[in-house]
Design a protein around this ligand. Structure first.
Ligand code: ATP
Ligand code: MG
Length: 554
């Protein structure tokens, strides 16, 4: 084992090379830079695991930086949810920082570029600018304002800041190269006018820096050594480096990796917000959402999400990960950590005709066969029980190893029953099944010699407690709801993504379960108690089925 050299991903290779070359004295400092314009999703979890993981691995630091340069979309609610989700995932940031805290510094950086003749104020409208921008194969044309003097630019920029001009009437641009093959280098925007209240700086500012003139500069201010972002910023890297060079600031290094895409869902905060605003889901933490808070409410553990992120690794090319892999990760964890309990989701009444009326037996059942400690609980058994309707079949084929007339079936932790008879209503629907039990067949001390094939879960009727059970399916009917820009992703919403069972029957040990508690309901899947569950109105969410049954259903 110790012989085997751990293989490094391409980002770790870059970092180890930098360390070996003594760059930044071997220091590693990463950051996670969310824009507070929505709740974090599983794609962000990948970035969090990566950035915080690298900080930890190389004894470095990781900042949490809110990239709050757009006052229109940002809210304090999002800031708080982001902090909560990162903590829940099991990470701690070294510093909590805000790009908006650098507004003055960024303004000074801009002034410096103006003074160097590397930035200018442009009065063109966005249409005029677009017309002059050229195409990837056709060079752009210089704006008529490109050759303004430094003095004039300084004056106009100061007046932009002072609030003299209307939104959109002027912008500050970097003066780079209107014929660059990289369109982003054709005098990119740096500052725009926006008379808008900001969640932290209030009305102090009416000009706001563009992403490209905020992100990299914030990295430098914080002396971030490795600034990891997603692939769509690859062609921003020359600009990132140009600003560093011209401003003569700390040389942070931008590294791009492929963003996480997952099947049957989507990873855009803006589009997820649309689902929330249009009430297609119940909120950001709807258990069908790919958000961290949705997954948490669904019953996902932080460990399972971290394991998933590690498992998919970092890639240099875009790909689409099967959501089955995420489900595998949570099953793997819950299989170890949850108690097995019994719940009947679609109850059918069974009467054990030779069992004494009014008698209750306390059966002792082990909670988790995977656990080191052998913890048990008491489950009451009586003459009348519920089984799952789908576990009974009147005329069953030979291979049906559940309950059917004339055959024997074992009840988990209890006895073997022989099924004798059914009672039907006037519509021919089975309302009751009559069985006899073998008193000598009690689990663990069976001397009956009777054979039974299947083992069923059950709940004693007089002891059963009611609960609402919510079953979830994929939110979208297609693997990639955003595959075609001409098709509205809402056309792919799965109308059956939620089904609610109002009166499921649970074993009485679950009476005191609390929001967030997780269980395996035997043969039915892993479940988590919903945040709105109360002792007199229990609600549980199915996290995932025990096996991947979805492929078959298709
Ligand atoms: P969205 O389009 O969902 O709003 P974003 O990239 O605009 O995503 P940010 O808040 O800017 O969201 O992202 C914070 C960090 O998380 C960035 O470094 C970004 O690269 C990373 N990130 C966002 N989405 C993903 C994803 N799907 N996979 C991996 N990393 C991601
Ligand atoms: Mg963004």
């Amino acid at each position: 084992m110790s012989e085997k050299k751990e293989s490094l991903n391409f980002i770790e290779q870059i970092i180890e090379e930098d360390i070996a070359n003594g760059k930044h004295a071997g220091r590693v400092h990463t950051r996670f830079p969310p824009e507070p314009n929505g709740y974090l999703h599983i794609g962000h979890a990948k970035s969090i695991v990566l950035n915080f993981g690298l900080g930890k691995k190389y004894n470095g630091m990781t900042n949490l930086r809110f990239d709050d340069t757009n006052p229109t979309t940002e809210e304090t609610e999002y800031v708080n949810s982001i902090k909560e989700d990162i903590k829940w995932l099991g990470f701690e940031w070294d510093e909590e920082l805000y790009t908006s805290d650098y507004f003055e510094q960024l303004y000074q950086f801009a002034v410096k570029l103006i003074k160097k003749g590397k930035a200018y104020v442009d009065d063109s409208s966005s249409e005029e600018m677009a017309a002059l921008k050229g195409t990837p194969t056709k060079p752009g044309v210089a704006s008529p304002y490109r050759d303004r003097t430094v003095e004039e630019n300084l004056d106009l920029f100061a007046r932009m800041k002072a609030g003299e001009f209307e939104d959109g009437s002027r912008i500050l641009r970097a003066k780079i190269d209107m014929s660059s093959s990289n369109m982003l280098m054709r005098d990119p925007l740096m500052y725009r006018i926006k008379h808008q209240h900001h969640h932290r700086t209030g009305d102090d500012w009416c000009i706001y820096p563009i992403y490209d003139f905020a992100h990299g500069q914030s990295d430098s201010i914080e002396e971030i050594t490795h600034s990891i972002c997603t692939l769509e910023f690859e062609n921003h890297r020359p600009l990132y480096n140009w600003f560093i060079k011209e401003l003569e600031i700390f040389p942070s290094r931008q590294i791009e990796f492929a963003r996480l895409n997952l099947t049957y869902t989507m990873m855009s905060k803006r589009k997820l917000l649309q689902l929330v605003q249009e009430n297609i889901v119940e909120g950001w933490d709807d258990p069908r959402m790919p958000t961290i808070s949705g997954l948490r409410r669904r019953g996902y553990t932080a460990l399972s999400i971290r394991n998933f992120a590690e498992r998919i690794g970092v890639a240099k090319r875009e790909n689409l990960i099967d959501v089955g892999l995420l489900e595998f990760s949570v099953r793997e964890d819950l299989n170890q950590s949850t108690d097995r309990v019994m719940a009947v989701l679609d109850p059918l009444k069974v009467v054990i005709t030779n069992y004494p009326e009014g008698k209750t037996e306390d059966l002792i059942i082990e909670n988790n066969p995977n656990s080191e400690e052998k913890v048990t609980r008491i489950v009451p058994f009586s003459r009348e029980i519920y089984i799952e309707r789908e576990d009974f079949m009147e005329d069953a084929p030979k291979k049906f190893f559940r309950m059917s007339q004339g055959r024997n079936t074992r009840l988990k932790g209890a006895y073997i029953l022989h099924c004798d008879d059914v009672v039907k209503d006037d519509k021919g629907e089975i309302v009751e099944v009559h069985c006899t039990y073998y008193p000598e067949s009690k689990s663990g001390q069976d001397t009956s010699g009777v054979k039974a094939k299947g083992v069923l879960h059950w709940v004693s009727i007089p002891h059963a407690i009611d609960a609402e059970v919510r079953l979830y399916d994929r939110l979208f009917t297609v693997e990639n709801p955003l595959h075609d820009q001409d098709i509205d992703f809402r056309d792919y919403i799965n109308p059956d993504s939620l089904s609610v069972i109002k009166n499921a029957k649970l074993e009485p040990s679950l009476q005191n379960m609390l929001p967030g508690n997780r269980y395996q309901f035997m043969r039915k899947g892993y479940f988590c108690v919903d945040k709105n569950s109360k002792s007199d109105q229990l609600i549980v969410n199915r996290t995932v089925t025990l096996r991947d049954s979805w492929g078959k259903k298709k």
